[in-house]
Design a protein around this ligand. Structure first.
Ligand SMILES: Nc1ncnc2c1ncn2[C@@H]1O[C@H](COP(=O)(O)OP(=O)(O)OP(=O)(O)O)[C@@H](O)[C@H]1O
Ligand SMILES: [Mg+2]
Length: 466
């Protein structure tokens, strides 16, 4: 249980009373602990103040000429429901105090009041306010948790990646994103940009593998008229036209050497020399690069160090299978809308099939698979037949590729056994967990826990989509 948040001594408190003496008295009591005190001599004046300044707590007298305290309270709750209100009631007017509480006042204080009484009630009110704000921000984070700048995921690995982006984006540090094809490198690069202070400026990308060397250079650094045959006028390069924004260098590992040298110079000097030009141009960009996991051997070490100040690897989809149902549901909904299809849902057998596959093409392959299924399926329910992913060979290959520790190998084998077993049982029982557990000879709780570990959700969550 976290500690209760404390009362915020920076809180802005507005005192409302038609008597200057009362305002002076209240102010004197509170001033020491809460220096940000404002005063208003009427309800109307209080509302005016609140319209221009954020007020955390209002302490108001109930009986005032013009707008009375109850009416002021009502208006405050209408426009600033968060603001705490404490009312001060005259001697013996308990009914109005009750009415004020009913209208949303936090508490009341009866005249004549004592200093400690006021201080304690104010402290509680402000504590309550901090708590409510904390709850609200937690709730907001919960809602956003499985979606971050368009990236959908719920696995701990990806939530850690969201955290990384949140931390790194606001710094201007170069970010290198690694990951297999289709894991979402470009998506992450865009997220870094959109969470940064450069988000209002441009995000310009270039794929180092897609262009022949000379064109790539021309694109990146620009050229001057006459620099080569066909250069009929000056052309600004990507690095200078992204001024103030971010440049995304995709497939950086495949960038030709001469280009790497020029890029390194541009980063170090913060300026570029257009092809055929004599005068350098200053650049102000943030570098975000991406590369497939294993093509780094062709990149100059010095350039690598410059670009990888912050480095992150997006885990392959097969290592975070718990993201699959959520992604599949998202893509199904997206393509259903895009292709103007009626209500559609992913059936249990479809999800089971998705969970059995190991997705060498990662999220892109999953997206394409679902798109195809949405287009092809004549029914409301997408089934395993519509999915049609080929089951990969069962065995585990530990011979090739990077060496795998015993523990990792065992985890992987156990994980894939659990996925296959659970999905077979769920398929047999049409998604009925209790029956699947009975067939498996284990308790429902044990089955459910294996199911969760294997990345399955409760069927009801993926079966109903609309
Ligand atoms: N977590 C995710 N949530 C939603 N969509 C995703 C996610 N990850 C990837 N995608 C989608 O999958 C597709 C591939 O993503 P992206 O192009 O970012 O991958 P990549 O790593 O750059 O692939 P490549 O190495 O092939 O260029 C895109 O359509 C992207 O929107
Ligand atoms: Mg890409």
């Amino acid at each position: 249980m976290p500690d209760l948040p404390s009362a915020d001594s920076n809180a802005t408190i507005l005192l409302v009373d038609d008597s200057e003496d009362v305002l002076d008295g209240l102010g004197a009591i509170l001033m020491q602990t809460y220096p940000r005190i404002m005063r208003a001599l009427s309800g109307e004046a209080a509302l005016e103040t609140m319209a221009s300044i954020a007020v955390d707590l209002v302490i108001t007298d109930l009986s005032m000429p013009g707008m009375d305290g109850i009416e002021l309270l009502r208006r405050i709750k209408e426009s600033w429901p968060e603001t705490m209100v404490i009312v001060i009631t005259g001697f013996g007017s308990i009914e109005t105090a009750v009415e004020a509480m009913r209208q949303g006042a936090y508490h009341y204080v009866a005249k004549p009041f004592r200093a400690e009484e006021i201080l304690i009630i104010v402290e509680y009110a402000l504590q309550r306010l901090s708590l409510e704000r904390e709850v609200q921000s937690l709730r907001r984070r919960l809602v956003d948790e499985d979606r971050f700048a368009g990236i959908i995921a719920k696995s701990p690995k990806m939530l850690a990646l969201f955290e990384f982006i949140r931390k790194v984006a606001p710094t201007d540090a170069p970010v290198l994103i690694r990951g297999e094809s289709g894991t979402g490198k470009e998506l992450v690069a865009r997220a870094v940009h959109s969470e940064s202070s450069r988000s209002k400026e441009r995000f310009l990308g270039i794929n180092a593998a897609a262009l022949p060397e000379q064109l790539l250079e021309a694109e990146l650094f620009g050229y001057r008229k006459g620099a080569f045959t066909g250069a009929q006028h000056d052309k600004e390069g990507l690095l200078s036209s992204a001024c103030g924004g971010s440049v995304f260098l995709d497939e950086i590992g495949r960038m030709p050497m001469s280009c790497q040298a020029k890029l390194l110079r541009a980063i170090e000097e913060r300026e570029v020399m257009p092809v055929g030009g004599l005068d350098a141009q200053e650049i102000d960009v943030r570098f975000i690069s991406a590369t497939n996991a294993d093509v780094l051997k062709d990149i100059r070490t010095d350039l690598y160090y410059r670009l990888s100040v912050m480095e992150v690897t997006i885990p392959p989809l097969r290592s975070r299978m718990e993201d699959v149902p959520m992604l599949a549901t998202h893509f199904a909904e997206e393509y259903r809308l895009r292709f103007n299809k009626g209500p559609m849902r992913l059936g249990a057998s479809a999800v089971a099939a998705l969970m059995e596959y190991d997705w060498p093409g990662n999220v892109r392959e999953l997206e394409n698979t679902i798109q195809r299924a949405v287009v092809m399926s004549p029914h409301e329910e997408i089934t395993a037949d519509d999915i049609g992913v080929r089951q990969r060979p069962q065995g585990h290959d530990f011979g090739g590729g990077a060496p795998v520790t015993y523990a990792e190998g065992k985890d992987r084998a156990l994980g894939s056994f659990q996925r296959q077993y659970v999905s077979a049982m769920l398929e047999r029982t049409g998604g009925n967990i209790s029956r699947a557990a009975r067939l498996s000879g284990i308790t429902r709780a044990a089955f459910y826990s294996i199911m969760k570990k294997a990345g399955f959700q409760r069927p009801s969550r993926y079966r109903r989509m609309s």
